[in-house]
Structure formats: C-alpha cells, structure tokens
Design a protein around this ligand. Structure first.
Ligand code: PHE
Length: 462
C-alpha cells in the first residue's frame, strides 16, 4: 500500500527538522577539534567563507530538487533526467553507510551520559576507560541498541508527529544547554602544578585569534580541505537527506529564508560548541590537551569535568544529554531517508519499512561494534590513514562518495538541466532569489572544479 505523502506542517517545523539533521556530533565534536588543530580563527574564517558559498549552493540544490520533484533522492534524479537515475542510487548509499556507524557513536554518548548519571566521574577520566569500553564485547552493543531503539521509535511515528514534533522540542533545549555551558566555560580559571594561571578568556583568544604566523600554501590547503569535508558532514548535504526533507516542504514555504536559517543554526551551534570546549580544555589541560584530535570528547573532556570539582559532574550530565539529543536528531534523519526511499521502491507502509531498516541498522551496527574486538582488522586508506571498520565506512561515505556526488550533481544541475530549474523552485512562493547570480556561477564552475580537486586529494589520487 502506498501511503499518503507526508509533509512538514510549515516553515518552522521544516527548519528545525533540517537543523536537527545538520546539528550533530559533527558540530559538537568534530568542529572544535578541527578548529584547535587548524589554528583557531583561521579555520573559523575559512569555514565561514565556505558556508556562505559552497554550503549555501549545495544546501539550496538538495532542498530545491526535493521540493521540485516531490520525491526522494532515489527517484528525484531520474525524474530530472532519466539518464541520471544512477545518481539517485549512488546518493542512497551514503545514508546506508552512515547508518551502520552513527548509532554506534550514539551508543557511546548514551553510555557516558548513563555513567555520569549513576556514578562519580573518576573512572571516566582515566586514560584507558574509553578504549577498554569500545573494545569490550557486550556494553557498546547494549548502548547502541538503546540509542537505535529511540531513533526507530521517532521515525516510526512519521514526519509530522515524530520528526517535527521531536525536533521542535529538542532543538531549543539544545541551544539553551550549549549557551549555558559556553558561558560557564568562559568563567573558568585554573592554576596548574607550575603555578601558571589559565583563564577561560585566554582560552577564548586561543579559539578566535587567527594564527597567520606560520601560514604556508600547503598549510592553507590542509585547512581548506578540513573545512570543506566538515561542511559536507555538518550540513548533511550530498547524501539525499536534504532532498528527502525538501520533498516534505510545502510550496508556500520561503526556501531562501529557510536555507539561511538552517545555515545559521548549524554554524551557530558549531561556533558555540567551540566556545564551550576549547576554553575549558585550554584552562585545565593547556594547549597540549587540544591536540588530542578525535579523542577530545571521550578522553580529554572527562578530564576537564573531573578537574571542575563537584559541579563537573552536573555539567558532564548536561553535556552528554545535549550531545545525545544532537546525535539522535541526526540519526533520525539518516534512518528517515532510508525508510522513505524504501517505502517508495517497495510500495510498503512506513511501519513495515521501519522494521526492515531497523533490522538492517541493527545487524550492521553490531558488526561495527565487533570491529573493535573479534572482527578487528586494520587497513591503510588511500589518504594514508590507518583505519578499522568504523573509519572505513566513514571514509567511503565522507571522503569518497560525498565529493563525487556533489561533483555529479553540479554537472547535472549546472550543465544538463540548467540552474534555472533550481532558481524557479526557490522563487516559487513569489520571493526573489537574491543570490541567483552567485548560485549560477558556483554550480556551473566553482563546485565542479573544487569537488574534483577534493575528490582527487582525499582519495589519494593526487
Ligand atoms: N550533520 C550531522 C553532524 O553534523 C551528521 C550527519 C551526517 C547526519 C550525515 C546525518 C547524515 O553530525
């Protein structure tokens, strides 16, 4: 049975759901550590410039394709041009790959939240805690199951009653929490064993001050690459998710305005996450603590919380709760995209497809968890990093498929169907598309060239 097409109730519901997809672990964990690694203010400036150019173009394209075709990515591209049907299938692969590991990371966050809730924080701040947890056989699977069940429940309830209602409730709460912790972070100060006093405001300077001193072309290219891959992941573009959400948007919604709001939401949360994490890590661990990369959240931050004394545990509970919310709304969007696409292919109800995708997610996520123990193996990726199962999935989806899909999409829109289709769609509600000229230039020239370079560099071809 084919179900009646679901819709968001209006603009706010759509913006909050799309922002819910965009705001996730990428903003709260990946953005701050890239910022710390790439010289604070310098990374911020580059990222902001990319959001306003590439981010805006890619997001507009995805959402407008969705609303124009009123279809999921799988069919939408074929509807635009029947020879380009393959692009829909390629796009579908990305959420299918991300689904395998996103709930595993969601499970790690749930585990930290629950542990802070029931016990004191001394165990979590030990160096070996995180590794011994993810390499254990049962615990990561149990917490992943918990997180996945919650995700499936929201998707099962559908677009308006599930995703929209849930996002309306979660997203404002998330902003309040992050703002509260960020302000608190700035008030911190600490005297280390050598008698050096470090304050939150000094940490803010480390975060915002653009360090141009040792800027070389090679370093700048590295920053550009990091910022670009962060942009894809963070805005959830080029993976069919925003096409799917776009297909639920009613014709009278002002796309121009909604897209700006989604970008402001996503970048604002990332910015605040940096303001919350970088000064705190700087105060308690100094500049060394910030070089910790991906382990920032699960290894460095618990140390920071432990150094804060009694209030640390409360902040930690609030932090992991917020992080859990952010991860949940993102995971919901990944699962929704898979369910919605499958509903269209197999003409089955949402409930049945939820069950099928739920089982797929469960089996693959268990395999990813086991990738840290019984199924452990390592491979060297074309870009030189050594990876295990979860990293491999992340690499294929983010570094390989996303730039490739963006490249193909820009060729399809820029040169085959023509940018006018997107411009007309944005102007459908009578509103003038102010950045139409910029859009045309970007989609025809800048996006294909830059995506090609990004693809070649991140796959190690050049
Ligand atoms: N945009 C999300 C984040 O920033 C991640 C995500 C990627 C969500 C892909 C859905 C799909 O964490």
């Amino acid at each position: 049975m084919k179900e009646k097409k679901s819709n968001f109730s209006g603009s706010i519901g759509f913006v909050l759901a799309a922002a819910g997809s965009a705001v996730g672990v990428g903003n709260i964990w990946r953005f701050p550590y890239l910022c710390a690694k790439d010289g604070g203010g310098l990374f911020l400036i580059v990222y902001l410039a990319l959001v306003l150019s590439f981010g805006f173009v890619l997001l507009t394209t995805d959402i407008a394709i969705g609303r124009h075709t009123k279809q999921n990515a799988l069919k939408a591209f074929g509807t635009l041009n029947s020879k380009w049907r393959f692009l829909g299938y390629l796009t579908f692969l990305v959420p299918a790959l991300i689904m395998t590991y996103y709930s595993v990371i969601g499970g790690w966050i749930t585990k930290y939240f629950c542990t802070y809730l029931v016990s004191d924080d001394s165990i979590l701040s030990q160096d070996s805690y995180f590794t011994s947890f993810i390499t254990s056989k049962v615990s990561p699977i149990v917490f992943m199951l918990l997180f996945l069940a919650l995700t499936a429940w929201v998707v099962y309830r559908g677009v308006e009653k599930g995703i929209e209602k849930f996002s309306r409730f979660i997203m404002p709460g998330l902003i309040l929490l992050i703002l509260g912790i960020a302000i608190f972070s700035l008030t911190l100060s600490y005297t280390d064993a050598n008698g050096t006093v470090r304050t939150g405001l000094q940490g803010l300077k480390v975060y915002l001050y653009p360090d141009f001193s040792s800027l070389t072309v090679k370093r700048f290219l590295g920053v550009l690459l990091d910022a670009m891959s962060q942009l894809f992941f963070s805005l959830s573009v080029s993976m069919g998710i925003m096409v799917t959400y776009g297909s639920y948007v009613k014709d009278d919604v002002n796309l121009n305005k909604s897209i700006n709001q989604i970008e402001i939401f996503d970048t604002g949360v990332a910015f605040l996450a940096g303001m919350m994490i970088i000064p705190a890590v700087f105060v308690f661990l100094g500049t060394d603590g910030m070089a910790s990369g991906p382990s920032l959240i699960f290894i460095s931050l618990p140390k920071v919380f432990a150094s804060m004394g009694a209030i640390g545990r409360i902040i930690a509970i609030a932090f992991f709760l917020m992080m859990g919310f952010a991860a949940l709304t993102s995971c919901v969007s990944v699962m929704e995209t898979l369910v919605a696409n499958c509903m269209e292919i197999f003409h089955k109800s949402r409930q049945k497809m939820c069950a099928v995708i739920g089982i797929y997610s469960l089996v693959t996520a268990v395999l990813i968890c086991l990738g840290y123990n019984v199924l452990y193996f390592e491979v060297k990726l074309p870009n030189g990093t050594v990876a295990q199962l979860l990293d491999i999935m992340d690499y294929i989806s983010n570094s390989f498929l996303m730039p490739f899909i963006s490249l193909l999409t820009s060729i399809l829109i820029g040169w085959v169907v023509g940018p006018k289709l997107i411009i007309d769609e944005v102007e459908r509600n009578g509103e003038h598309f102010r950045r139409a000229k910029l859009y045309c230039f970007m989609i025809r020239y800048a996006v294909p060239v830059v995506m090609l370079i990004l693809f070649l560099v991140s796959t190690g071809i050049v």
